[in-house]
Design a protein around this ligand. Structure first.
Ligand SMILES: [Ca+2]
Ligand SMILES: [Ca+2]
Length: 414
């Protein structure tokens, strides 16, 4: 129950401040309402597996300062608010590397979760091994870091009974039994972490979209299904629904709606970047990105965000983010643009180019200053133009939104 309360308090930042904040928050709230019909600032994430065979597998990024910097820059441009990293043995073999990874991510508002996954961990015989990993790699590591920013902020479990070889040949009753093993696994990890120094570390898990389906699982009735989901919600702070092989908004909604409506925990929607190609779910990356936007516009704050599977593939196929530091559209990147950036610095959401947002992620921060510094003196002819919002929104909506966004930031900074 404690975890639910925490989650709700983070998902609803208005809270008690609403009553005392007065017109400042009213203006901000109006701005948020105005945004809700358009593009909010989405939060995204990805599964960053070890994948030593890929240039951007975690094994080849963590501990390589240049790659880490490149990846952090992408996290900012793509509005990542967290990353699920398969850190392997790093907590034991090279804890400073992991501590630095966590701290640098924390500095830009990205929460670093430890990704652990092995499908056979659902079996009670393997529980000791799982709990030992959680203890030695997560709990002991966190306990050893006096700077909280260097700690792992969550455990992300990818344990998939449906991925076991015995799943396809299992009867409905046997499949259900595997799901109860999974429920007990989550509960045992939660209980262990509560007892051994990790009570404040949330657990997240990956689930397929169809565990709520009676035909897939063979739930006796809705009550049995509801009880199973209530049980896992006691152990978990959130789930990522792997809405894979679904290429349209309607098919995504049919997969994730029940969980969004019924679970008291955060729900995120996972999209599979590996399903891009001829005859696959997505023809190209643009089609996948378009679906991600549709999901965000449809659900807004009802979902926690969009998760890409896997990060190394996304890095390989996603284009380099467009950056433009000619904030006053004067045709040159110069000192006037710096002053605009300085005034806009700290805007956390809905910032525009004119506020000093060089990478169009809605926030004005050090990455935008870096884009200014890198192109200082350049003519904006030759820089790739960022897409302009509609003229009407520009004339009517943006000044108010910008004003409100700034007020909101000032309010939240207190
Ligand atoms: Ca300029
Ligand atoms: Ca920015």
């Amino acid at each position: 129950m404690q975890h639910h309360a925490k989650l709700q308090s983070t998902r609803n930042p208005i809270g008690s401040r609403w009553r005392i904040a007065g017109p400042l928050v009213a203006a901000a709230w109006l701005g948020m309402l105005m945004q809700s019909g358009t593009q909010a600032d989405p939060k995204r994430s990805a599964w960053m597996w070890t994948q030593s065979s890929d240039s951007f597998g975690a094994a080849n990024v963590l501990g390589d300062p240049a790659k880490e910097a490149l990846v952090r820059d992408r996290f900012d441009s793509w509005n990542f608010d967290r990353i699920y990293t398969s850190v392997g043995n790093l907590p034991l073999s090279d804890p400073e590397v992991l501590a630095n990874w966590n701290a640098t991510l924390s500095a830009q508002g990205v929460r670093s979760q430890m990704l652990l996954g092995a499908n056979t961990w659902i079996y009670p015989a393997n529980r000791t091994d799982l709990l030992a990993r959680v203890q030695t790699r997560l709990l002991n590591f966190n306990a050893s870091r006096t700077n909280p920013a260097e700690r792992l902020t969550g455990l992300h479990l990818d344990i998939e009974p449906q991925g076991l070889t015995e799943w396809s040949s299992s009867s409905a009753a046997e499949k259900k039994a595997l799901l109860y093993h999974l429920r007990d696994t989550y509960a045992d990890v939660r209980s262990h972490m509560d007892q051994f120094g990790g009570a404040d570390v949330p657990i997240y898990a990956d689930l397929p979209v169809w565990f709520d389906s009676s035909s897939s699982i063979g739930w006796d009735d809705a009550a049995e299904r509801d009880a199973w989901f209530a049980d896992i919600s006691d152990s978990l702070a959130g789930i990522s629904l792997m809405a894979f092989e679904r290429g349209s908004l309607s098919s995504i909604v049919s997969g994730v709606q029940w969980e969004i409506d019924n679970l008291p925990i955060e729900v995120r929607v996972g999209l599979n970047v590996k399903e891009i190609g001829p005859g696959d779910t997505f023809d190209d990356l643009a089609e996948l990105e378009s679906l991600a936007l549709q999901i965000e516009q449809h659900y807004g704050d009802e979902i926690g965000g969009i998760d890409y599977q896997p990060f190394y593939t996304y890095m390989d196929v996603a284009p380099e983010p467009v950056k433009n530091a000619d904030f006053d559209a004067s045709g040159r990147v110069d000192g006037g643009d710096f002053l605009i950036w300085q005034r806009g610095y700290g805007i956390a959401a809905s910032a525009t180019l004119g506020d000093g947002d060089a990478n169009a992620n809605g926030a004005v921060n050090g990455y935008d200053l870096e884009a200014w510094r890198a192109t200082l003196g350049a003519s904006s002819i030759g820089l790739t133009a960022v897409p302009e919002p509609s003229a009407m929104l520009l004339q009517v909506g943006l000044p108010l939104i910008a004003l409100a966004g700034r007020a909101w930031h000032v309010q939240r900074a207190r």
